[in-house]
Write a protein that binds this ligand. Structure first.
Ligand code: ADP
Ligand code: MG
Length: 671
């Protein structure tokens, strides 16, 4: 048989077959080995019914289902509802057409109801009607990816919606590489891309030197923290920002965080301005009170000094030495009286007699005097407004204002120069008044005086209206001029604004409230000589003994009959005892027992013919309100000269000045 070639061939064939089978079995075993070992899901499925034909044990690890539970089931039963449609597309369009798929991802349900992400590689074999597939569990990666996307989304939202400007800028040229919307908005742009293209931060510093300092600091420390800087926006307006910058040299850029603090800055500035204005106002108020208080006593003394001196002057030989000496006393007393008058004006304690005035007309009547005051080297320009409403004011106060301003202007001009006086109308709205404390809304008449003199520095401007503030030499200035103006303007509910810079002259704007009424007639000129009486009886009531004695002497010298009383009660007793007529009551206003007005009211009811003259060195609300005299009330401010009081008394007795105080008392009684 050994020689049988057929047998040999067959034997060989069988051997070969056996070997092949053994090899095949070996390879099958190896394959099975791999199939069992694999951690990925390996399966064979029908491409038409989609039923699992064979599944490796990894299915239990991944999906928690056993092989038996899967085999025979269509894989579509295990796919996440949202993934069914895309999977079906892949199966129909690719697998069933014999096309391989790689890295197709979908979700499979697990036995515990959760889902896992699988990434598929699948090789179909259409002729066999099956596909061989391996799926890897990528759930962890998917979760990580999703978490990353989520965190990216959150950071982006933070970045996009931040109320701070965030940007990366190139170190080499300072150009913005990327930024959020707020950054663009801060610098005046609606659109980020336009901003990035058009705006260069480094070119828009308001203060170029500041930029240099920042660059140095960045170079030294690699960062800038909490710095403030001003920039010009797209429209050229200035904004303030606070920013942080950090160099990231490895990427060639800087990271910037920018906050717009313009409003904050403005508010702080406004607040500190208001505060200093308030402080200033308080200071003026207290100095005013002090000055007013001193002026009161001072005026009483001056009344006595002036009164006695004038009386004495009449009693001595005009050619003698004593006469000259007394004149010296009188001159000094008059100058002191001028000073207290200014102090009272500043303290708003000056008693005034307001009239309705046309400011243009009032200024015009003064021009001649003002020209004399400022001399020939200075040109005085007068620019009246065409249409001007009237103001209600004591004309002598306008005189005080203009004289003081013009003297100051003259002092500020060394040699030749120009002073301009202007009038005009001005309306203030509530917004303006909010920013300018002390101003109130409404229509105002403007009186402006400007000069081209030396101007003022900040220090001077800050103290300008304080009494006794002067930059002039001793004997040259008292520092009371502007304090007086301040008081006068305040007393009349007006405002002052000053504009000045060293070497560029000064402008004073005085705003006085408009008055609706028609103009009043002018007061009559004062007589020149000291008028005397005709034996008329005057009842003087004054608690200051020296003044009472002085007035008695002085008025007796002027041929009046005097009843002198140191108190209101004694005055009433005197009046009762007096048999004849009493023509005039001359009374102090503020007295211990009873004020002058009440005394006058009581006497008026008994003596209907009686006339009244009040005197005081101080505003007394009894006869004046906020320093403004009640109509028809006759008043004389202490200290007064002999002539002042003589003229006043004569006018009252002759009936030239209204003296309808009685009407007032009646009105008061009716109330
Ligand atoms: P006085 O004139 O007695 O010094 P004022 O109250 O009138 O007092 O003025 C105070 C100070 O204000 C002056 O000393 C001067 O320094 C300054 N001043 C006032 N007006 C002007 C002006 N037109 N130009 C420059 N400085 C002025
Ligand atoms: Mg002055």
């Amino acid at each position: 048989m050994a020689d049988n070639p057929t047998y040999d061939a067959l034997h060989k064939q069988v051997q070969e077959l056996e070997q092949a089978l053994a090899e095949h079995e070996k390879s099958n075993r190896e394959f099975d080995h791999l199939f069992f070992m694999a951690l990925d899901l390996i399966c064979i499925a029908d491409i038409h019914t989609t039923a699992f034909i064979k599944v490796n044990p990894a299915c239990r690890e991944i999906l928690k289902f056993s092989q038996e539970e899967l085999i025979g089931q269509p894989f579509f039963d295990f796919i996440h509802p949202d993934d069914i449609a895309p999977t079906r597309q892949v199966v129909e369009k690719k697998l069933q057409q014999g096309e391989k798929i790689i890295n197709f991802e979908n979700r499979y349900i697990c036995k515990d109801g959760t889902y896992k992400w699988l990434s598929w590689v699948s090789h179909p074999s259409p002729e066999k009607g099956v596909t061989y597939a391996i799926a890897r569990d990528i759930t962890k990666e998917k979760k990580a990816e999703k978490a990353l996307q989520e965190s990216e989304r959150r950071y982006r939202s933070l970045y996009e919606n931040a109320q701070a400007g965030l940007a990366r800028t190139r170190i080499s040229d300072g150009r913005v590489l990327e930024c959020n919307k707020k950054m663009a908005q801060i610098f005046g742009y609606d659109d980020v891309q336009t901003f990035i293209k058009a705006y260069v931060l480094s070119e828009n510093y308001a203060d170029k030197a500041q930029r240099e300092a920042f660059i140095t600091e960045l170079g030294n420390t690699g960062k800038i923290r909490n710095q403030e800087a001003a920039f010009f926006r797209k429209d050229g307006s200035k904004i303030w920002v606070r920013f942080d910058t950090r160099l990231v040299p490895e990427h060639g850029y800087m990271e910037d965080v920018v906050i717009d603090i313009t409003d904050q800055k403005k508010a702080i500035e406004e607040r500190s301005q208001l505060q200093s204005q308030l402080l200033q106002a308080q200071k003026m108020e207290s100095v005013g009170r002090l000055a007013g208080g001193v002026a009161h006593d001072f005026n009483n003394m001056l009344t006595v000094i002036i009164g006695y001196t004038q009386t004495a002057l009449g009693q001595v030989d005009p050619a003698g030495k004593l006469h000259k000496n007394l004149q010296g006393v009188l001159k000094a007393a008059s100058r002191s009286a001028d000073l207290t008058k200014q102090l009272l004006a500043f303290a708003r304690k000056q008693i005034i007699d307001p009239r309705v005035l046309d400011l243009n007309h009032t200024v015009e009547t003064m021009l001649k005097m003002l020209r004399r005051l400022i001399g020939e080297d200075i040109h005085l320009l007068w620019r009246p407004a065409g249409k001007l409403q009237s103001v209600k004011m004591d004309p002598s106060q306008i005189d005080q204002i203009l004289a003081n301003l013009c003297v100051n202007a003259k002092d500020a001009i060394a040699g030749v120069g120009k002073i301009t006086i202007e009038t005009g109308m001005k309306t203030f709205d509530t917004e303006y008044c909010r920013k300018n404390p002390g101003f109130s809304p409404g229509e105002f008449v403007l009186l402006a005086v400007s000069d081209d003199g030396c101007g003022m520095d900040k220090e001077t401007l800050n103290n300008l209206f304080e009494p006794f503030f002067t930059t002039k030499d001793v004997g040259q200035g008292t520092g009371l001029g502007l304090a007086t103006i301040y008081g006068i303007v305040k007393q009349n509910n007006g405002f002052i604004k000053v504009y000045s810079e060293p070497d560029y002259g000064s402008t004073f704007h005085i705003y006085l409230p408009c008055h609706a009424e028609k103009m009043e007639k002018k007061s009559k000129p004062k007589p020149k000589a000291i008028p005397a009486g005709n034996g008329e009886t005057i009842l003087i009531v004054e608690d200051e003994k020296t003044i009472l004695e002085m007035l008695t002497t002085m008025l007796q010298d002027l041929h009046y009959t005097i009843l002198a009383a140191p108190t209101p009660h004694k005055a009433m007793a005197l009046a009762q005892k007096h048999a004849g007529k009493i023509h005039l009551l001359l009374t102090d206003v503020v007295m211990p027992e009873m004020n002058g007005r009440d005394l006058a009211a009581q006497l008026a009811s008994v003596y209907p013919e009686l006339k009244f003259l009040f005197m005081s060195g101080y505003t007394a609300n009894v006869i004046a309100h906020q320093g403004v005299l009640d109509e028809g009330v006759q008043f004389i401010q202490k200290p007064f000269s002999m002539k002042d009081i003589a003229v006043k008394i004569q006018n009252i007795l002759e009936g030239a000045d209204d003296n309808d105080f009685k009407n007032h008392t009646e009105l008061i009684k009716e109330k």
